[in-house]
Design a protein. Sequence first.
Length: 344
Amino acid sequence: MAETIIHSMDGFNERNESARRILNLLFILNCTSRPLTTTEIITDSDLGYGMAGIESEKKKFQRDRKKLEEYGVHIREVKESGASETEESRWAIDRERTHIDTAVVTQDDADMLVHAVDEYLARTKISFRSALLRIRAVAAAIDTDAEQIESVDDVEQVTEQIQNVLDTVWAAYCSRKSLPFCYRDAKGKESKRTVSIYGIVNQANQCYFVGLDNLSGKVRTFRTDRVTRMNKPRGSYIIPHDFSLGAFQFLPFDLGDEEEIQATFAFPAHSVAGEIEVLTHGRGTLEIQPDESLHWNIAVKNPDAAVAMALQHASLGMRPCSPASLVSLWNSAINKAVEAHGRI
């Protein structure tokens, strides 16, 4: 019964993840100032890719392009003048062929899009809220069952200052312009700096941006709610091809009020090392066991979030195996899922 529940949850998650990934792909291609390479897209975990092998991610990207084409959004391959035949493909939205024909969008499609957008809107701070609300309004006009949202305040209370910061960070990132700002760190110390934003991360109702900091000369992470003042984005920059946002991303259980514990998660012997590496963001340590299974050792601050992550990736065979308190939480979560399934 437990396995049935997990497989059912996997199917639901896969459908939602597909909608979120296509939505992310449309966002980034619509806002980028230059065509993106295949590698940039299929290795970007923030978009929803990078969770499997390269060939598998390429096929996923191909399916997503076809899905967008069904809705009137055409993604074209861009060949730079003088580019060689072996040069990697670059992709951009074909503005001349792209159109909006709501007649081809079914109510089920619109309902899936509304739910995917609402999941993002439920977060306290996101940097592309205004764009999401416009997309939701179009989808809700098709989905007659969707609840109407009058304004941002109907979703949550976000101060005007914070929303301005989020909008400016998003605009600077999309236009690839460096952002000058004043920043107050956790100790209350203020500094002026300019950052070329390489990526944006949302975690535990906080929005962070990652980029090259002119003050330290290093790639750093900044919290948007600690930005006290901003100037107009200026100049231009290119994100290095070897930059990986995964190395700067938080894991779901990184933020919490409980005392840190050392946890171990097990993956079966048939696990693909590349998939596990993407899932773990290269954090913690991986150990091969005598039976060829993998053990992932990592510090956990939020046990409930750690169990939720294990459930989300149960299809990969991910299971907590220590400490006993974490295993107990896992068993309780499985039992609750079984009980809920029995009441359906």
